[in-house]
Design a protein around this ligand. Structure first.
Ligand code: S3P
Length: 446
């Protein structure tokens, strides 16, 4: 067993992560992961909209939740310094958002922009302007502008539904929206717009996406109905939200990097503690188990309305499989790291029905295919997925995150399995969802 060399070097704007596994690296021990990104956003938003005080334990300190916190502070919420121990949010009460005197900046965060749009659109008599970084300004917002407009919202965008956006808040009408995509951001945007809207606002989706909004809205006192038969969720407005205690579990999307690393690195035996295992998010466990990974759930428990467990992973010989259909929304953010697992699996892995990956923080199908190919993997890009023939020996190469956090971390795990040195350009992207990724990676070998 070798000790990998892991070096992070910085220029004024970017970081480069250089990894040389120095032979076969195995991972062992117990690790803690940062708080769930989706739940962190929602805790800050609902806390800001509630009456009274919300206490958040385990908040993710990544760049994305910081963008959410800054936006809601600019609209009148009082949010204490962000830390993982305890963040307090003094809510201003639904309907009371103040018109900000500057442009709201959602940074790199699609969740911030899309969820916030539902909230802004339903606050009458106020004008809001919203923008984001270069990646977010190229991501489709029509998917929320269109249904919100049907509810009576007034939203202006750049051509093609791109940010920057201007929102003139209105009294909205309730509706039943049949979403063409399984997207928790679309669903949550409409449910949040329904909070101040009199009557029943319903969203149906083609397959169930993550349900953190439904769970947390209910915990804050909103009248929420879900119907599994029609895959729909409704809010009956107007709602009143009351400040709560939110305990944020570890993010299974961050755990996924260690689960794959432990599954593919010979000799590994690793426990990732306190991971959120909400069934709308555990597609990664099912996919890896289908690939013959040895993953067990230990100490399952319920924490503040979300299921949590410790996940133990031991090395095993992975085999290729097909991942498609309803499983895709349940592992949508884990496809880049699953592609890494597929490069070392025996046989072929086919991922389909995942065209949504083309409009994430980067075009994840194109980027992961091109970067893993640079490392010697056999990856074919499909219009809606990837076909990966495993078993090729990965070799160190110069690769790029394309400023996408999940790509940066997936390539770091691929680098651990490669022969020779890999340099990952623009590795600072990891801080969007996992600021402590590199120290945790180092700790696994010390
Ligand atoms: C998220 C929903 C998903 C996911 C994103 C977080 C959320 O996006 O990819 O990282 O918190 O609601 P889509 O709704 O676009 O699928």
């Amino acid at each position: 067993m070798g000790t990998p060399s892991i070096i992070l070097s910085s220029t004024e704007t970017h970081q480069t992560l250089t990894i040389d596994p120095a032979g076969e690296a195995s991972l062992s021990g117990h690790i803690q992961i940062p708080g769930d990104k989706s739940i962190s956003h929602r805790a800050l938003m609902l806390g800001a909209l509630a009456e009274g005080t919300t206490h958040i334990r385990g908040l993710l300190l990544g760049e994305d939740p910081r963008s959410t916190a800054a936006c809601f502070q600019a609209m009148g919420a009082t949010i204490s310094e962000l830390n993982t121990e305890s963040v307090t949010v003094q809510g201003i009460g639904l309907g009371n958002l103040q018109e900000p005197n500057h442009v709201l900046d959602a940074g790199n965060s699609g969740t911030t922009m899309r969820l916030m749009l539902g909230i802004l659109a339903s606050h009458p008599d106020r004008l809001f302007t919203v923008t984001g970084d270069a990646s977010l300004r190229s991501r489709p917002m029509a998917r929320v502008i269109q249904p919100l407009s049907q509810m009576g919202a007034h939203i202006w965008s750049r051509k093609g539904g791109l940010a920057p956006l201007a929102v003139q808040g209105q009294v909205l009408k309730p509706m039943h929206y049949q979403s063409p995509i399984a997207s928790a951001q679309v669903k949550s945007c409409i449910l949040l717009a329904g909070l101040l809207t009199e009557g029943k606002t319903t969203v149906s989706e083609p397959a169930l996406s993550r349900d953190h909004s439904e769970r947390m809205l209910r915990a804050f006192g909103a009248n929420i109905e879900v119907d599994p038969d029609t895959v729909s969720a409704s809010v009956i407005g107007p709602a009143r939200l009351t400040g709560q205690m939110v305990v944020v579990p570890g993010d299974i999307s961050s755990a996924a990097f260690w689960l794959v690393a432990g599954a593919i690195a010979p000799g590994s035996d690793l426990v990732v503690e306190n991971v959120g295992v909400n069934p709308t998010r555990t597609g990664i466990l099912e996919a890896l188990q289908r690939m013959n990974a040895d993953i067990t759930l230990e100490n399952p428990r319920d924490v503040a309305g979300e299921p949590v467990a410790d996940l133990r992973v031991r090395h095993s010989r992975l085999v290729g499989c097909t991942i498609d259909g309803d499983l895709i929304p349940r592992l949508i953010d884990e496809i880049p790291i699953l592609a890494v697992a597929a490069t070392v699996a025996k046989g072929t892995t086919v991922i389909r029905d995942a065209a949504e990956l083309r409009v994430k923080e980067s075009d994840r199908l194109a980027v992961i295919a091109s970067q893993l190919t640079r490392m010697g993997a056999h990856v074919t890009e499909l219009p809606d997925g990837l076909e990966i023939t495993g078993g090729a020996t990965l070799k160190g190469a110069e690769v790029d995150s394309f400023t996408d956090h999940r790509i940066a971390m997936s390539l770091a795990i691929a680098a651990l399995m490669a022969q020779g040195t890999t340099t990952i350009q623009r590795a600072e992207a990891a801080a969007i969802s996992y600021p402590t990724f590199v120290p945790t990676l180092r700790s696994l070998f010390s």
